[in-house]
Design a protein around this ligand. Structure first.
Ligand code: NDP
Length: 337
């Protein structure tokens, strides 16, 4: 099969590309940043050389003309993984920088695939647990989120200036809603599955530690700390990036058409990162140690996720948190020593 991955230079997308290639797919990846494209090419050189991986420039995912040209150039696409979406907390103009790229980016892929990619059977869209959560109970350990939960945020809240967290959450919520509306109204020839991950963490295929993706900063903040420092405490749920990519590939099967899959392997907190990292010889005794007595309190500063429905459907052997942290730490160390 031939599969298109949007935003191929992204942290998650790199693993999606890698796993699709390993599963025998031909992969077309869209890219917008030549330096990041070069890193990915180097990491997956043999697939590029053999013609299994082709990178194509799509400067703006909102631009339907660019996708139309892409689909005309590659008329035999079977599947699409739409992962590209802005993920940062720096937007100054929320509508232009977060909401529109997420929503129009999704719609331009769906619209042009319907019109110009008749062979596409399935599109898997990366949504987020941000589309399930409610900011009012985000930190409440007595609230449990599932695949059925929906973020009740209004458009005004999503577009609020000076609130980048809400802007990101809203971008994922409204992009997911736009996709559902498109499917229901336009009845395209392909089916859609949404993947809603919690914190995606772990090593990258072509990760540049000097321009790290947003979620891995929770790990880097500990690895880059000094002994005696106290990095900001974070608690939440995680999925290893390799499992998240695996879920995108498994979701291509027709049995998972229309599903909204929540990915949450386990709960973690900054103390766990400190405990695991301090057992790695390169970091032992050099970085923050936190206070193990506070672990339970820290863990309680986050709501619960019950992803058992998705876990049953996906049947993945989920990578545990210590391996996620260790593998990322090794990569971090290689680029910092
Ligand atoms: P990255 O920032 O590494 O990847 C985002 C990708 O989207 C990059 O390839 C980026 O391109 C591309 N992109 C962003 N904005 C645009 C735009 N306006 N036009 C074209 N391309 C754009 O983050 P992740 O890999 O972590 O995120 C991948 C997906 O997973 C996103 O949809 C994100 O919302 C979702 N997600 C991530 C979670 C996490 O914890 N990491 C949790 C839940 C969901 P470029 O490489 O050129 O910057």
């Amino acid at each position: 099969p031939t599969t298109l991955v949007t935003g191929a230079t992204g942290f998650l997308a790199g693993h999606c590309v890698d796993q699709l290639l390993k599963a025998g797919h031909n992969v077309i990846g869209t890219v917008r940043n030549p330096a990041k494209a070069e890193r990915l090419t180097q990491a997956l050189q043999s697939s590029v050389d053999s013609g299994k991986l082709t990178l194509e420039t799509v400067k703006d995912i909102q631009n339907e003309a660019e996708f139309e040209a892409l689909f005309k150039k590659h008329p035999k696409l079977d599947y699409i993984l739409h992962t590209a979406s802005p993920f940062n907390f720096t937007a100054e103009d929320p509508e232009e920088e977060m909401l529109k790229p997420a929503i129009q980016g999704t719609l331009s892929v769906l619209k042009t695939a319907k019109a110009h990619a008749p062979n596409v059977k399935k599109i898997v869209i990366t949504s987020s647990v941000a589309s399930n959560l409610d900011v009012a109970t985000f930190y409440d350990p007595n609230t449990t989120y599932t695949e059925k939960s929906w973020n009740p945020m209004t458009w005004e809240q999503a577009a609020e200036k000076g609130n980048p967290f809400a802007n990101y959450m809203g971008s994922k919520l409204y992009a997911e809603k736009a996709g559902i509306e498109f499917r229901d109204k336009e009845k395209p020839q392909f089916s859609i599955t949404w993947i809603n991950p919690t914190y995606i963490l772990g090593p990258g295929v072509a990760l540049d530690m000097s321009a790290l993706n947003t979620s891995n900063e929770v790990l880097a903040n500990v690895l880059g700390s000094k002994k005696g420092q106290d990095p900001e405490g974070v608690a939440g749920w995680f999925v290893d990036v390799r499992d998240c990519a695996r879920a995108h590939v498994v979701a291509l099967k027709p049995e998972l058409d229309g599903e909204r899959l929540l990915l949450a392997t386990a709960k973690f907190c900054t103390q766990d990162i400190e405990d695991i990292a301090n057992k790695i010889p390169e970091f032992h005794g050099k970085i923050a140690i936190g206070n193990p007595a506070n672990r339970e309190k820290e863990l309680n500063h986050a709501s619960q996720c019950d992803a058992s429905y998705s876990k049953k459907l996906l049947d993945i052997d989920w990578i545990p948190f210590n391996k996620t942290v260790e593998d990322f730490a090794n990569q971090w160390y290689e680029q910092h020593k």
